[in-house]
Write a protein that binds this ligand. Sequence first.
Ligand code: 13P
Length: 245
Amino acid sequence: MRRKLVVGNWKMHGSHPANAELLAGVLAGRPYTLDVAVCVPFPYLSETAVTLASSDLRWGAQDVSAHEQGAYTGEVSAAMLAEFGCRYAIVGHSERRAYHGETDQQVADKARAALNKGITPIVCVGETLAEREAGHTAEVVKRQLSAVIHTLTHCVGEIVVAYEPVWAIGTGRTASPAQAQEVHALLRAQLQAATAHAGDMRLLYGGSVKPDNAAELFSQPDIDGGLIGGASLKAADFIAICRAG
Ligand code: 13P
């Protein structure tokens, strides 16, 4: 049986006082029956680690360098994230693919760098609206996941996958539970062909998950939780989603 996971992706939001209030709120919402984590901007990892250290909540980053160390100005290595106790690192978020030109192979290399330091990569895949309307959804998400499968080989069973249709991110337009389940099922099948652990892997859905749609999404057979953007910034909403599992 897979234990569900809900991860808040704060994106580029936060401040010392806002973070303190939000984390206190999420802590006050315990106990949760599923695993809960927050992926915060790099500068806030330290305070997040201190605040959550003695709880069962986990934390992580929103990106990681594919390189181990060296002259890569502005990059943050997996070893550094590990020093701050990160359990997770999001890789290949569509905002990074779109605004920073990250390729499928770079995303796969980042996933490998994270795993090498004991950090679970949350690998995001998802199609744009144009790709969906052209009937290319399956082809796009399979291509994105395929790069990760080929790069990680036998370790691929250790990752978390997040299906985030680009047209549903921050738009208020959620994939229907059936639409999301359909893609999750094909991602699971692709993983099954690559690893004996596919049945234990957690596949998250992301894209306008809110308190009022989380339960139905999370009840789908291949949806094992969510990657939450906007609603993870409001403690009450995030708590409600964390209770929807
Ligand atoms: P929203 O929940 O704001 O649509 O964002 C989803 C997302 O991109 C999470 O990574």
